[in-house]
Ligand binder design. Structure first.
Ligand code: PMV
Length: 319
């Protein structure tokens, strides 16, 4: 039997503008994972994904199904026969919430298939394979999700350039709150693209302003200046509102976190729904968590970004 896993991810700053060539910063969520096991069996490769109701031999899935696509791409790229095995997928990462569940599942599948043949995968290659499947999920993905998940390290990312990996000077204590509302990445990205096409100069100007916040945030992360980072996250949220990817529910969560003492808060990922992230001083964390729940968060996680050993803990629901 072979097992492999891949982490979720969080975009700290720069979502959407990253599709238009501006920088973004993202980090893995090492404690929230997708897991794949391959168990020998007598027939051809069989896929089990109980969370989405799939229990079928590979040829029964359409070839452009994301699960079939990543399996076939991996086999083709590494020139490997399909194993006679059951490939089972399980994941702690909520679907369609901006935490990278699709890219994590694809990455775990690549890792499991190559591990079956004792091949050591190169993160750049894994990232490139997963990117092909992200196109099915996203339409025009920037590549940030597959990059941060394949490397499993914080990255400063500009589309088309090799990712710059970095470690924050001090861990970044984050609270992640799921609005419980799906974030339809493909639609949000497509909707923004139509508005950009109608008025490119307005949106290019807003993307430049987001880029300036990302650059300032990067310096703050390198210097360990949490209040400055929080300020930049807050400004990034305001700019995301201006480009039309926030929602009343997300704004309410951001306000609640700020009101409870967070250093900064913003939506993370494609928006309309999905998650809000809040940067906190550890003594404020309990208060911020409570406020986020009262403002409607379905689930709340706590994580320290950047220590490399951080576990993402699900915060017990006292409500
Ligand atoms: O998968 P999500 O919801 O985290 O969105 C990805 C981030 C976007 O910048 C909105 C799209 C992209 O491809 O970078």
């Amino acid at each position: 039997m072979v097992t492999a896993s891949a982490s979720g991810k969080v975009i700290l700053l720069g979502e959407h503008s990253v599709v238009y060539g501006r920088p973004a910063i993202a980090a893995p969520l090492s404690g929230l994972r997708a897991r794949v096991t391959l168990t020998p069996h007598s027939g051809p490769l069989h896929i089990q994904a109980p969370a989405v109701g799939i229990d079928a031999p590979l040829p029964d899935l359409p070839p452009d199904h994301p699960l079939a696509r990543i399996v076939l791409l991996t086999a083709e790229h590494y020139q490997l026969p399909l194993p006679r095995a059951v490939l089972r997928i399980e994941s702690d990462i909520p679907v369609a919430s901006g935490l990278g569940s699709g890219a994590a599942v694809s990455t775990a599948i690549v890792r499991a298939l190559v591990a079956w043949y004792n091949v050591r995968p190169d993160p750049a290659r894994v990232s490139a394979l997963v990117y092909e499947v992200e196109k099915i999920h996203h339409g025009t993905p920037s590549g940030i999700d597959n990059t941060v998940i394949a490397y499993e390290q914080p990255v400063y990312f500009v589309r088309g350039r090799p990712p710059e990996r970095f470690s924050p000077r001090i861990p970044l204590p984050l609270i992640i709150a799921d609005s419980g509302i799906p974030s339809p990445t493909r639609e949000v990205v497509g909707d923004l693209r139509r508005r950009w096409e109608a008025d490119p100069s307005r949106y290019e100007g807003l993307f430049d302003r987001i880029a300036a916040e990302v650059e300032a945030a990067r310096r703050a992360i390198e210097e360990g200046d949490l209040p400055e980072l929080g300020k930049r996250m807050g400004r990034n949220h305001e700019l995301l509102r201006e480009i039309g990817v926030s929602s009343a529910a997300l704004d309410r969560l951001v306000e609640a976190a700020r009101g409870a003492g967070a250093l900064g808060a913003k939506l993370s990922g494609a928006g309309w729904g999905g998650n809000v992230i809040a940067l906190v001083e550890p003594p404020q964390a309990g208060e911020v968590e409570r406020a986020l729940r009262e403002a409607g968060a379905r689930e709340v996680w706590r994580t320290d970004v950047g220590t490399g050993v951080s576990e993402t803990g699900r915060v017990a629901d006292h409500g």
